[in-house]
Design a protein around this ligand. Structure first.
Ligand code: GCO
Ligand code: MN
Ligand code: MN
Length: 423
């Protein structure tokens, strides 16, 4: 009898304990979920920004008309505020229609500034449309018509005035029309000279007006032109040191653009960073070999997006993380909000994964092994005559060198497992 009641008591105890364990487990999972939700929640310090032209994109393409109604700039700012973004960027004519009378311009700007204040949104970057109006059909700064070139300068100076008024400190120049369908139209080095002249002029205007802009030049290989002169970020990195004020000018690499050119985007970003020239960045996604897709960040090339985020975070890049992408043509504006939230969320998920990667013992052990050097190896950091003599004397044991393992297969699989969420 006594044994039975002890047994029953034990049974009840076990059941209660199980229940508690389950409850504790559920509570833990909830805490975990909440912590993660917070981790993936965009905050101002993440500096997530979107172009007005991205969330207000109406889904028109060369084959089909708009699928979404006009989204006025103040509405776009509201949408971004609700989605949790930090900043909004704009072309001059995203906000102020071309040739608006001054009073109308000022009214539009005031209303926009009020919307930014209401929704806690800043304007970190401004740019200029030198591609939309048909007058730029042969380019802007590189056009053959000197009147078009002068007009492009005037339009850019006015866009700088607007950007400065809105508090922007970065000015992006994207020469989408600076290119050719036929090289019969001009010498390609003449185009480089014209571009240099224009950027020099704008730098001088920046100094004259004391705007304090940093220019960020954005490359693209093609689209809308058959070929665009400054095809890659690397082209611009070669061009910048030839300017009158190279310190004032950097780059704005875009994921889609380098991917369209078949390049490794992160490598271009890393070179720009290393040169102190990563003034801005355009994040989106793109399948290689396709038209310019401007997909949601991280949606097409998960691994490439991971290496990029890891690079930016490890390097300590603290500029804006700008999404130059747009929602699928199938979406309404609720879907556009999902798109904007998705860009930021994916970045933050990959940022958390990068932290995990850096803390992973197995990964770190492999990296440490890879970096190890034999103590007898002569130093080659800086040249000296004695150091060079020691290096010339040194006998390299190539057999031993070949025996050192390079476990990149394992390293990559560990990365895959980590990204797939099973590590
Ligand atoms: C594109 C470009 C543009 C520029 C923008 C800023 O492929 O259309 O990426 O979106 O980034 O014009 O200058
Ligand atoms: Mn683009
Ligand atoms: Mn861009």
């Amino acid at each position: 009898m006594q044994n039975e009641s002890i047994f029953q008591y034990a049974l009840i105890f076990c059941r209660t304990a199980r229940l508690h364990r389950r409850r504790a487990g559920l509570a833990l999972a909830k805490i975990h979920r909440m912590a993660n939700a917070d981790l993936y929640q965009p905050r101002p310090e993440h500096k997530f920004s979107f172009g007005l032209w991205t969330v207000a994109n109406r889904g028109r393409d060369p084959f089909g008309d708009c699928v979404r109604p006009v989204l006025p700039p103040v509405e776009a700012v509201k949408l971004l505020g609700e989605a949790g973004a930090w900043g909004v960027n704009l072309h001059d004519n995203d906000l102020v229609p071309m040739d608006s009378p001054p009073a109308e311009r000022d009214r539009i700007v005031k209303a926009f500034q009020a919307a930014c204040r209401d929704h806690g949104i800043v304007v970190p970057m401004a740019t200029v449309s030198l591609f939309y109006h048909p007058v730029f059909r042969d380019g802007a700064f590189t056009a053959n018509d000197p009147e078009v070139r002068a007009y492009a300068l005037q339009k850019t100076m006015q866009a700088m005035d607007l950007g400065a008024e809105l508090g922007a400190r970065i000015f992006v120049l994207w020469g989408g029309r600076e290119g050719v369908e036929t090289d019969a139209c001009r010498r390609a080095d003449e185009a480089v000279k014209r571009l240099r002249e224009a950027v020099n002029y704008l730098c001088a205007y920046n100094l004259d007006k004391k705007y304090g802009f940093r220019f960020a030049l954005e490359a693209k290989p093609n689209e809308p032109r058959g070929d665009i002169y400054m095809a890659t970020t690397g082209h611009y990195l070669g061009f910048i040191p030839t300017l009158d004020h190279p310190e004032m000018v950097g780059v704005n690499p875009e994921f889609a653009h380098e991917t369209m050119a078949g390049l490794n985007f992160m490598h271009g970003v890393a070179q720009a960073w290393e040169a102190g020239k990563l003034f801005h960045i355009d994040l989106n996604d793109q399948m290689p070999g396709r038209f310019d897709q401007d997909l949601r960040f991280g949606s097409a090339n998960l691994k490439a997006a991971f290496w990029l985020v890891k690079f930016l975070e490890d390097a300590g890049y603290d500029g804006p993380r700008h999404f130059d992408a747009h929602a699928y043509r199938t979406e309404d504006y609720e879907g556009v909000k999902d798109f904007a939230r998705g860009c930021m969320r994916s970045y933050l998920v990959l940022k958390a994964k990068a932290e995990r990667w850096n803390a992973d013992r197995d990964i770190q052990a492999i990296l440490a092994e890879l970096a190890a050097a034999p103590p007898s190896l002569p130093a080659t950091g800086a040249y000296s005559a004695t150091g060079a003599a020691a290096l010339l004397r040194h006998r390299f044991d190539k057999d031993a060198m070949l025996k050192r393992r390079l476990p990149y297969e394992r390293l990559d699989q560990l990365t895959f497992d980590l990204l797939a969420g099973i590590r």
